[in-house]
Design a binder for this molecule. Structure first.
Ligand code: SAH
Length: 409
């Protein structure tokens, strides 16, 4: 096995179990540079073993899988996937009859850097975010089948868009096991179609489960606007919660079709829901501003904002650190528009899923938006990713989803 020797003093973060080795920390390769995706060992400048991981070309050069000299084979993946399953059992998502949808493996959060596995009923959808995981995909599928036994019949591999694109890699989407086209999954008793083949992420955003449940509690009697609806997750929870009306908006027609299909699946012929294909910023601009007049009582009136609960769950505005500044401006601009429209007593559920935006930065962006709109705002809830998206304590970069529930005076 090839070895990577670190520069002197560059081992500290690995001693603290941080799972990445950056290119700047590497002194040399012994005997030669590994191939992308190859399993390598990492040693200090004094020749002391520190870690084993997948080699990768780029700024992160090793994604660590083990700090304990383990061999990376099927038995290794079985142990680690079993440990991930134990955590899901502990938090109660792996055996809930009303919920057959959860994240089984969350990359570094489960000590499996580069691997994501979501479970939808009897189907596991597996994504590789590193070349090493892509190379190991068949071994991982075998390990997954062994650990999950009868709980899964299908493994769909979906890495066309998540791998660093390199020629000859053979990125592919397809079944590694089974081949069922049954595509309806259940979250908290609500049904939805999962588009494994073409959908974003693994087909559904399983990370908003708890936040959608919270929205349901707030929805009774409200006029709800679900911006960036994608598959309509927040919309059908709002409907079950007793919303007066629910409007869903997304710029993608495919998302609008999925939302309509999912709403129909749960609430056939329910006239409360309408979906619009539109740009979120343009749609918000087209809503009449709230009235500052004395007659404002939360009721819809001509020329008044027709919504009193808005959800903003946009895609990541910053995928890299150098996009951070513009991303924060984007969050401010978007939230300001919502603050300008919501009537007194309105509620805003607002999110950011950009990993490079910290929760303090996001909160500051929303604070700036509230101040610019000159609204008085109370924070009711501070939201985050759910327990089946755990954060490795040594890898704070794994904390990506943050949200606020705000009461607007
Ligand atoms: N809230 C969703 C996830 C949102 S994903 C859920 O609970 O599952 C982000 C969505 O924003 C995608 O569906 C994408 O099509 C949409 N989108 C991206 N840019 C947009 C824009 N400018 N206006 C409206 N929708 C947009």
């Amino acid at each position: 096995m090839k070895t990577i020797i670190l520069k002197r003093g560059k081992e500290d973060s690995l001693h603290r179990f941080h799972p990445w080795v950056f290119s700047g920390a590497i002194n040399r390769f012994v005997p030669s540079e590994p191939e992308e995706g190859e399993v390598v060992e990492v040693e200090t400048s004094d020749g002391e073993y520190i870690a084993t991981g997948h080699f990768q070309i780029g700024s992160i050069m090793v994604r660590v899988l083990s700090f304990a000299h383990e061999t990376i084979d099927q038995a290794f993946y079985e142990r680690y996937i079993k440990s991930a399953l134990d955590v899901r059992r502990c938090i109660g998502v792996a055996s809930d009859p009303l919920n057959n949808t959860y994240r089984l493996v969350h990359g570094e959060g489960d000590n499996l850097s580069g691997l994501v596995i979501d479970i939808y009923g009897h189907t596991a959808v597996m994504q590789a975010h590193s070349v090493g995981i892509h190379r190991d995909r068949h071994v991982i599928a075998e390990a997954l089948k062994t650990v999950m036994a009868d709980a899964i019949d299908n493994i769909f591999y979906k890495s066309e868009t998540t791998l660093p694109f390199k020629a000859e890699l053979g990125q592919e989407n397809g079944f590694l096991l089974g081949g069922s086209t049954e595509d309806i999954a259940v979250e908290n008793g609500l049904k939805f179609h999962v588009d494994w083949l073409k959908g974003q992420k693994t087909g559904f955003f399983v990370d908003q489960r708890a936040n959608r449940q919270l929205l349901e509690q707030y929805s009774h009697g409200h006029r709800v606007l679900n911006m960036f609806c994608y598959t309509g997750g927040f919309s059908f929870y709002a409907m079950r919660g007793g919303a007066q009306l629910v409007h869903s908006v997304d710029s993608s027609q495919k998302a609008i079709d999925l939302t309509n299909a999912n709403v129909r699946l749960n609430f056939p012929d329910d006239p409360r829901h309408t979906a619009y294909q539109d740009d979120a910023f343009r749609f918000l601009d087209s809503i009449p501003a709230r009235s500052d007049g004395q007659k404002e009582n939360g009721e819809p009136e001509n020329g008044k904002c027709p919504y009193d609960l808005i959800i903003l769950d946009p895609p990541a505005f910053a995928k890299h650190k150098n996009a951070l500044h513009n991303a924060l401006k984007g969050y401010t601009r978007l939230n300001q528009k919502a603050f300008e429209k919501l009537p007194s007593g309105g509620i805003l559920f607002t999110f950011s899923c950009s990993q490079v935006v910290t929760k303090d930065q996001f909160r500051a962006a929303v604070f700036t938006a509230a101040a610019a709109a000159r609204r008085r705002v109370r924070i009711l809830h501070q939201l985050h990713q759910p327990a089946d998206h755990p954060i490795n304590i040594y890898h704070p970069e794994g904390e990506y989803l943050k949200g606020l529930v705000l009461y607007v005076e």
